[in-house]
Design a protein around this ligand. Structure first.
Ligand SMILES: NC(=O)c1ccc[n+]([C@@H]2O[C@H](COP(=O)([O-])OP(=O)(O)OC[C@H]3O[C@@H](n4cnc5c(N)ncnc54)[C@H](OP(=O)(O)O)[C@@H]3O)[C@@H](O)[C@H]2O)c1
Length: 335
Protein backbone atom coordinates (compact mmCIF):
# COMPACT_ATOMS: atom_id res chain seq x y z
CA UNK A 1 0.00 0.00 0.00
CA UNK A 2 0.98 3.65 -0.42
CA UNK A 3 0.07 6.22 2.23
CA UNK A 4 -0.48 9.75 0.95
CA UNK A 5 -1.58 13.09 2.44
CA UNK A 6 -4.61 14.58 0.69
CA UNK A 7 -7.36 17.15 1.22
CA UNK A 8 -10.85 17.33 -0.23
CA UNK A 9 -11.69 20.94 0.58
CA UNK A 10 -9.90 24.13 1.52
CA UNK A 11 -9.53 25.15 5.15
CA UNK A 12 -7.30 24.84 8.17
CA UNK A 13 -4.59 22.34 7.14
CA UNK A 14 -4.66 20.62 10.55
CA UNK A 15 -8.36 19.91 10.02
CA UNK A 16 -8.67 19.13 6.33
CA UNK A 17 -5.49 17.13 5.64
CA UNK A 18 -5.93 13.37 5.92
CA UNK A 19 -3.79 10.37 5.11
CA UNK A 20 -5.30 7.84 2.70
CA UNK A 21 -4.14 4.40 1.63
CA UNK A 22 -4.00 3.54 -2.04
CA UNK A 23 -2.40 0.77 -4.10
CA UNK A 24 1.35 0.97 -4.65
CA UNK A 25 2.17 2.76 -7.91
CA UNK A 26 2.74 0.78 -11.11
CA UNK A 27 6.31 0.58 -12.48
CA UNK A 28 7.42 3.94 -13.95
CA UNK A 29 6.80 4.60 -17.62
CA UNK A 30 9.15 6.34 -20.04
CA UNK A 31 10.11 9.73 -18.62
CA UNK A 32 9.25 8.76 -15.03
CA UNK A 33 11.21 7.88 -11.90
CA UNK A 34 9.72 5.88 -9.02
CA UNK A 35 10.94 7.21 -5.67
CA UNK A 36 10.49 5.75 -2.20
CA UNK A 37 10.41 8.92 -0.13
CA UNK A 38 12.42 9.29 3.06
CA UNK A 39 11.38 12.82 4.11
CA UNK A 40 9.41 15.82 2.97
CA UNK A 41 9.28 19.43 4.24
CA UNK A 42 6.14 21.27 5.38
CA UNK A 43 6.52 24.62 3.62
CA UNK A 44 4.29 27.64 4.37
CA UNK A 45 3.34 27.58 0.67
CA UNK A 46 2.06 23.98 1.00
CA UNK A 47 -0.24 25.10 3.79
CA UNK A 48 -1.37 28.20 1.88
CA UNK A 49 -2.37 25.97 -1.04
CA UNK A 50 -4.51 23.84 1.29
CA UNK A 51 -6.05 26.84 3.07
CA UNK A 52 -6.84 28.68 -0.17
CA UNK A 53 -8.32 25.72 -2.09
CA UNK A 54 -11.65 26.99 -3.39
CA UNK A 55 -14.65 24.93 -2.25
CA UNK A 56 -14.82 21.14 -2.34
CA UNK A 57 -12.69 19.02 -4.68
CA UNK A 58 -14.26 16.44 -7.01
CA UNK A 59 -11.58 14.00 -5.84
CA UNK A 60 -8.94 14.22 -3.08
CA UNK A 61 -6.09 16.61 -3.91
CA UNK A 62 -2.59 15.26 -3.12
CA UNK A 63 -0.61 17.64 -0.89
CA UNK A 64 3.04 18.74 -0.94
CA UNK A 65 5.51 19.97 -3.55
CA UNK A 66 9.02 18.78 -2.51
CA UNK A 67 10.47 15.53 -1.13
CA UNK A 68 13.61 13.47 -0.92
CA UNK A 69 13.98 9.73 -1.22
CA UNK A 70 15.65 6.78 -2.92
CA UNK A 71 15.16 5.80 -6.57
CA UNK A 72 13.33 2.48 -6.78
CA UNK A 73 13.06 2.30 -10.59
CA UNK A 74 13.60 4.40 -13.69
CA UNK A 75 11.22 4.17 -16.67
CA UNK A 76 12.52 2.59 -19.91
CA UNK A 77 14.68 4.84 -22.13
CA UNK A 78 14.38 7.69 -19.63
CA UNK A 79 17.04 10.40 -19.66
CA UNK A 80 17.92 11.39 -16.09
CA UNK A 81 20.04 14.09 -14.48
CA UNK A 82 23.69 13.27 -13.66
CA UNK A 83 24.11 10.71 -10.84
CA UNK A 84 20.41 9.81 -10.70
CA UNK A 85 20.43 5.99 -10.50
CA UNK A 86 18.45 3.12 -8.99
CA UNK A 87 19.29 2.96 -5.28
CA UNK A 88 20.61 6.53 -5.29
CA UNK A 89 19.30 9.41 -3.17
CA UNK A 90 17.36 12.10 -4.99
CA UNK A 91 15.23 15.18 -4.32
CA UNK A 92 12.29 16.31 -6.41
CA UNK A 93 10.55 19.65 -7.00
CA UNK A 94 8.06 20.72 -8.23
CA UNK A 95 6.22 17.50 -7.43
CA UNK A 96 2.50 17.99 -6.72
CA UNK A 97 1.59 15.23 -4.26
CA UNK A 98 5.09 14.99 -2.77
CA UNK A 99 3.64 14.13 0.67
CA UNK A 100 3.48 10.43 -0.05
CA UNK A 101 5.44 7.25 0.68
CA UNK A 102 5.89 6.63 -3.05
CA UNK A 103 6.23 9.22 -5.81
CA UNK A 104 6.11 8.68 -9.54
CA UNK A 105 8.04 11.76 -10.63
CA UNK A 106 8.69 13.42 -13.95
CA UNK A 107 12.38 12.52 -14.53
CA UNK A 108 13.15 16.12 -15.48
CA UNK A 109 12.37 17.25 -11.94
CA UNK A 110 14.53 14.70 -10.14
CA UNK A 111 18.05 15.64 -9.02
CA UNK A 112 20.69 13.57 -7.28
CA UNK A 113 21.54 14.38 -3.67
CA UNK A 114 25.28 15.02 -3.15
CA UNK A 115 26.83 12.35 -0.86
CA UNK A 116 27.90 14.92 1.73
CA UNK A 117 24.34 16.10 2.40
CA UNK A 118 22.20 14.55 5.13
CA UNK A 119 18.62 13.50 4.37
CA UNK A 120 17.48 16.46 6.50
CA UNK A 121 19.23 18.92 4.18
CA UNK A 122 18.25 16.91 1.08
CA UNK A 123 14.58 17.28 2.03
CA UNK A 124 14.97 21.08 1.84
CA UNK A 125 17.46 21.21 -1.02
CA UNK A 126 15.28 22.75 -3.72
CA UNK A 127 12.39 25.10 -2.81
CA UNK A 128 14.16 27.36 -0.34
CA UNK A 129 17.57 27.57 -2.06
CA UNK A 130 15.83 28.17 -5.41
CA UNK A 131 13.82 30.94 -3.75
CA UNK A 132 17.07 32.53 -2.54
CA UNK A 133 18.47 32.26 -6.09
CA UNK A 134 15.31 33.81 -7.54
CA UNK A 135 15.39 36.70 -5.06
CA UNK A 136 19.08 37.36 -5.55
CA UNK A 137 18.69 37.48 -9.32
CA UNK A 138 15.79 39.90 -8.97
CA UNK A 139 17.82 42.09 -6.58
CA UNK A 140 20.88 42.14 -8.77
CA UNK A 141 18.88 43.72 -11.56
CA UNK A 142 19.09 46.80 -9.34
CA UNK A 143 22.20 48.70 -10.33
CA UNK A 144 23.15 49.80 -6.81
CA UNK A 145 23.26 46.25 -5.39
CA UNK A 146 26.81 45.04 -5.04
CA UNK A 147 28.00 48.71 -5.05
CA UNK A 148 26.72 51.21 -2.48
CA UNK A 149 23.13 49.93 -2.29
CA UNK A 150 21.82 48.14 0.77
CA UNK A 151 19.39 45.20 0.79
CA UNK A 152 16.79 44.86 3.56
CA UNK A 153 14.82 41.68 4.22
CA UNK A 154 11.92 40.95 6.55
CA UNK A 155 11.23 37.58 8.23
CA UNK A 156 15.01 37.29 8.17
CA UNK A 157 15.04 34.44 10.69
CA UNK A 158 12.96 32.22 8.39
CA UNK A 159 14.44 29.23 6.58
CA UNK A 160 14.52 31.28 3.37
CA UNK A 161 15.82 34.38 5.21
CA UNK A 162 18.83 32.55 6.63
CA UNK A 163 19.76 31.31 3.14
CA UNK A 164 19.35 34.84 1.74
CA UNK A 165 21.72 36.05 4.45
CA UNK A 166 24.28 33.35 3.65
CA UNK A 167 24.05 34.03 -0.10
CA UNK A 168 24.31 37.82 0.44
CA UNK A 169 27.43 37.37 2.53
CA UNK A 170 28.95 35.07 -0.09
CA UNK A 171 28.33 37.66 -2.81
CA UNK A 172 29.35 40.65 -0.72
CA UNK A 173 25.89 42.26 -0.75
CA UNK A 174 25.25 44.73 2.09
CA UNK A 175 22.24 43.45 4.05
CA UNK A 176 20.13 44.62 6.98
CA UNK A 177 17.98 41.87 8.48
CA UNK A 178 14.57 42.66 9.95
CA UNK A 179 12.69 40.33 12.33
CA UNK A 180 9.67 40.94 14.54
CA UNK A 181 11.11 40.19 17.99
CA UNK A 182 14.27 40.99 19.92
CA UNK A 183 14.43 37.29 20.77
CA UNK A 184 14.57 36.44 17.06
CA UNK A 185 17.12 39.21 16.47
CA UNK A 186 19.43 37.79 19.16
CA UNK A 187 19.36 34.35 17.55
CA UNK A 188 20.19 35.79 14.15
CA UNK A 189 23.05 37.96 15.49
CA UNK A 190 24.58 34.85 16.98
CA UNK A 191 24.49 33.10 13.60
CA UNK A 192 25.66 36.06 11.51
CA UNK A 193 27.48 38.45 13.88
CA UNK A 194 28.53 40.81 11.07
CA UNK A 195 25.01 41.34 9.64
CA UNK A 196 22.92 44.02 11.40
CA UNK A 197 19.53 42.88 12.69
CA UNK A 198 16.63 45.14 13.64
CA UNK A 199 13.49 44.05 15.51
CA UNK A 200 10.17 45.67 14.54
CA UNK A 201 8.98 45.35 18.14
CA UNK A 202 11.02 48.55 18.71
CA UNK A 203 8.90 51.58 17.68
CA UNK A 204 11.92 53.26 16.06
CA UNK A 205 12.95 50.23 14.04
CA UNK A 206 12.86 52.01 10.67
CA UNK A 207 15.41 54.56 11.94
CA UNK A 208 17.53 51.66 13.19
CA UNK A 209 17.52 50.30 9.63
CA UNK A 210 18.60 53.72 8.32
CA UNK A 211 21.39 53.86 10.89
CA UNK A 212 22.53 50.37 9.96
CA UNK A 213 22.57 51.40 6.28
CA UNK A 214 24.99 54.13 7.40
CA UNK A 215 24.13 56.71 4.75
CA UNK A 216 24.02 54.22 1.88
CA UNK A 217 20.80 54.01 -0.17
CA UNK A 218 18.33 51.24 0.72
CA UNK A 219 17.84 50.13 -2.85
CA UNK A 220 16.12 46.73 -2.55
CA UNK A 221 13.82 45.10 0.02
CA UNK A 222 12.73 41.44 0.14
CA UNK A 223 9.45 41.05 1.96
CA UNK A 224 7.68 37.85 3.02
CA UNK A 225 5.10 39.62 5.20
CA UNK A 226 3.11 42.26 3.28
CA UNK A 227 0.59 44.64 4.87
CA UNK A 228 1.83 47.54 6.99
CA UNK A 229 5.37 46.21 7.12
CA UNK A 230 5.64 46.32 3.33
CA UNK A 231 4.35 49.91 3.43
CA UNK A 232 7.16 50.80 5.87
CA UNK A 233 9.67 49.21 3.52
CA UNK A 234 8.43 51.40 0.66
CA UNK A 235 9.10 54.41 2.92
CA UNK A 236 12.60 53.15 3.61
CA UNK A 237 13.50 52.64 -0.04
CA UNK A 238 15.65 55.17 -1.82
CA UNK A 239 14.28 56.77 -5.03
CA UNK A 240 14.38 54.16 -7.80
CA UNK A 241 14.27 51.35 -5.22
CA UNK A 242 12.49 48.03 -5.53
CA UNK A 243 10.30 46.08 -3.12
CA UNK A 244 10.18 42.37 -3.94
CA UNK A 245 7.19 40.74 -2.32
CA UNK A 246 7.45 36.94 -2.06
CA UNK A 247 5.25 35.96 0.91
CA UNK A 248 1.86 36.83 2.33
CA UNK A 249 2.13 36.27 6.06
CA UNK A 250 0.20 39.44 7.01
CA UNK A 251 -3.58 39.33 6.89
CA UNK A 252 -4.02 42.93 5.75
CA UNK A 253 -3.36 44.23 2.19
CA UNK A 254 -0.43 46.41 1.19
CA UNK A 255 -1.94 49.87 0.92
CA UNK A 256 0.13 52.34 -1.03
CA UNK A 257 -0.82 55.73 -2.43
CA UNK A 258 0.25 56.16 -6.05
CA UNK A 259 2.22 59.25 -5.04
CA UNK A 260 4.61 57.03 -3.05
CA UNK A 261 5.39 54.94 -6.14
CA UNK A 262 5.37 57.86 -8.57
CA UNK A 263 7.25 60.33 -6.37
CA UNK A 264 10.16 57.99 -5.73
CA UNK A 265 9.92 55.94 -8.98
CA UNK A 266 9.59 52.77 -6.93
CA UNK A 267 9.06 49.27 -8.27
CA UNK A 268 6.79 46.84 -6.44
CA UNK A 269 7.38 43.32 -7.72
CA UNK A 270 5.82 39.98 -6.75
CA UNK A 271 7.87 36.81 -7.21
CA UNK A 272 7.16 33.15 -6.67
CA UNK A 273 9.24 30.12 -7.37
CA UNK A 274 6.55 28.17 -9.27
CA UNK A 275 6.22 30.94 -11.81
CA UNK A 276 9.96 31.48 -11.91
CA UNK A 277 10.54 27.84 -12.84
CA UNK A 278 7.79 27.71 -15.44
CA UNK A 279 9.05 30.94 -17.03
CA UNK A 280 12.75 30.04 -16.99
CA UNK A 281 14.38 28.24 -19.92
CA UNK A 282 15.49 24.61 -19.34
CA UNK A 283 19.10 25.85 -19.28
CA UNK A 284 18.30 28.48 -16.65
CA UNK A 285 16.40 25.91 -14.57
CA UNK A 286 19.31 23.48 -14.72
CA UNK A 287 21.72 26.25 -13.76
CA UNK A 288 19.52 27.39 -10.86
CA UNK A 289 19.13 23.83 -9.59
CA UNK A 290 22.92 23.46 -9.68
CA UNK A 291 23.23 26.71 -7.70
CA UNK A 292 20.65 25.42 -5.21
CA UNK A 293 22.88 22.36 -4.71
CA UNK A 294 25.88 24.65 -4.09
CA UNK A 295 23.85 26.61 -1.54
CA UNK A 296 22.84 23.36 0.17
CA UNK A 297 26.49 22.29 0.41
CA UNK A 298 27.92 25.67 1.33
CA UNK A 299 25.25 26.67 3.86
CA UNK A 300 24.28 23.25 5.18
CA UNK A 301 24.37 24.57 8.77
CA UNK A 302 21.48 26.91 7.91
CA UNK A 303 19.09 24.09 6.99
CA UNK A 304 17.81 23.69 10.54
CA UNK A 305 15.07 21.18 11.19
CA UNK A 306 12.49 22.50 13.67
CA UNK A 307 11.12 18.99 14.33
CA UNK A 308 10.47 15.69 12.56
CA UNK A 309 7.11 13.92 12.59
CA UNK A 310 5.62 10.73 11.17
CA UNK A 311 2.90 10.73 8.53
CA UNK A 312 0.40 9.74 11.23
CA UNK A 313 1.25 13.00 13.06
CA UNK A 314 0.49 15.29 10.14
CA UNK A 315 -1.84 17.57 12.14
CA UNK A 316 0.93 18.14 14.74
CA UNK A 317 3.46 18.73 11.95
CA UNK A 318 1.38 21.40 10.20
CA UNK A 319 0.58 23.07 13.51
CA UNK A 320 4.30 23.18 14.37
CA UNK A 321 5.16 24.57 10.92
CA UNK A 322 3.37 27.86 11.71
CA UNK A 323 4.33 28.10 15.39
CA UNK A 324 5.81 31.54 16.31
CA UNK A 325 9.48 31.42 17.26
CA UNK A 326 10.08 28.11 15.50
CA UNK A 327 13.54 27.99 13.90
CA UNK A 328 13.92 25.72 10.90
CA UNK A 329 11.69 23.66 8.68
CA UNK A 330 9.33 20.94 9.92
CA UNK A 331 10.00 17.59 8.24
CA UNK A 332 7.86 14.48 7.95
CA UNK A 333 9.30 10.99 7.58
CA UNK A 334 6.57 9.06 5.83
CA UNK A 335 7.57 5.46 6.81
N1 LIG B 1 7.35 33.16 -3.30
C1 LIG B 1 7.92 31.98 -3.19
O1 LIG B 1 8.15 31.31 -4.20
C2 LIG B 1 8.27 31.46 -1.85
C3 LIG B 1 9.07 30.31 -1.73
C4 LIG B 1 9.41 29.88 -0.43
C5 LIG B 1 8.94 30.56 0.67
N2 LIG B 1 8.13 31.65 0.48
C6 LIG B 1 7.61 32.41 1.62
O2 LIG B 1 8.71 32.81 2.40
C7 LIG B 1 8.30 32.95 3.74
C8 LIG B 1 9.28 32.21 4.63
O3 LIG B 1 9.17 30.81 4.37
P1 LIG B 1 10.01 29.83 5.29
O4 LIG B 1 9.72 28.43 4.93
O5 LIG B 1 11.41 30.28 5.28
O6 LIG B 1 9.30 30.18 6.69
P2 LIG B 1 9.66 29.75 8.18
O7 LIG B 1 11.01 29.16 8.29
O8 LIG B 1 8.48 29.00 8.68
O9 LIG B 1 9.71 31.17 8.94
C9 LIG B 1 8.60 32.00 9.02
C10 LIG B 1 9.11 33.32 9.55
O10 LIG B 1 8.07 34.28 9.49
C11 LIG B 1 8.12 35.05 10.67
N3 LIG B 1 6.76 35.55 10.92
C12 LIG B 1 5.64 34.82 11.05
N4 LIG B 1 4.58 35.63 11.23
C13 LIG B 1 5.06 36.88 11.25
C14 LIG B 1 4.47 38.15 11.38
N5 LIG B 1 3.16 38.29 11.55
N6 LIG B 1 5.27 39.24 11.33
C15 LIG B 1 6.59 39.11 11.17
N7 LIG B 1 7.22 37.94 11.01
C16 LIG B 1 6.46 36.83 11.05
C17 LIG B 1 8.59 34.11 11.74
O11 LIG B 1 9.17 34.88 12.76
P3 LIG B 1 9.30 34.43 14.30
O12 LIG B 1 10.60 33.70 14.36
O13 LIG B 1 9.27 35.69 15.03
O14 LIG B 1 8.11 33.52 14.59
C18 LIG B 1 9.60 33.25 10.99
O15 LIG B 1 10.88 33.82 11.02
C19 LIG B 1 6.87 32.42 3.81
O16 LIG B 1 5.99 33.52 3.76
C20 LIG B 1 6.74 31.61 2.54
O17 LIG B 1 5.40 31.52 2.10
C21 LIG B 1 7.80 32.10 -0.74
Amino acid sequence: MNRRAVYSRGGSPAEVLTVVEEPEPAPPERGQVLIRTTAFPVHPGDLLAVAAYPGAAAKPVPAGIEATGVVEAIGPDTPVAPDVKVGGRVSVFPQPGAWSQWIVADAERVVAVPDELSDDVAAQMLVNPLTAVMLRREAEEHLALGYDGVLVQTAAGSSVGRLVTGVSRFHGLALVNVVRSEHGAAGLRERFPEVPVVATEHPGWADEVRRAADGRPVSVAFDAIGGKLAESLLDLLTPGGKLISYGLIAEEPISVHASTLVGKSLTLRGKNISRWLSEASPERRASDVATAGQIARGLRDQFDVAATYGLGELAEAVEHAVRPGKVGTVLVRPW
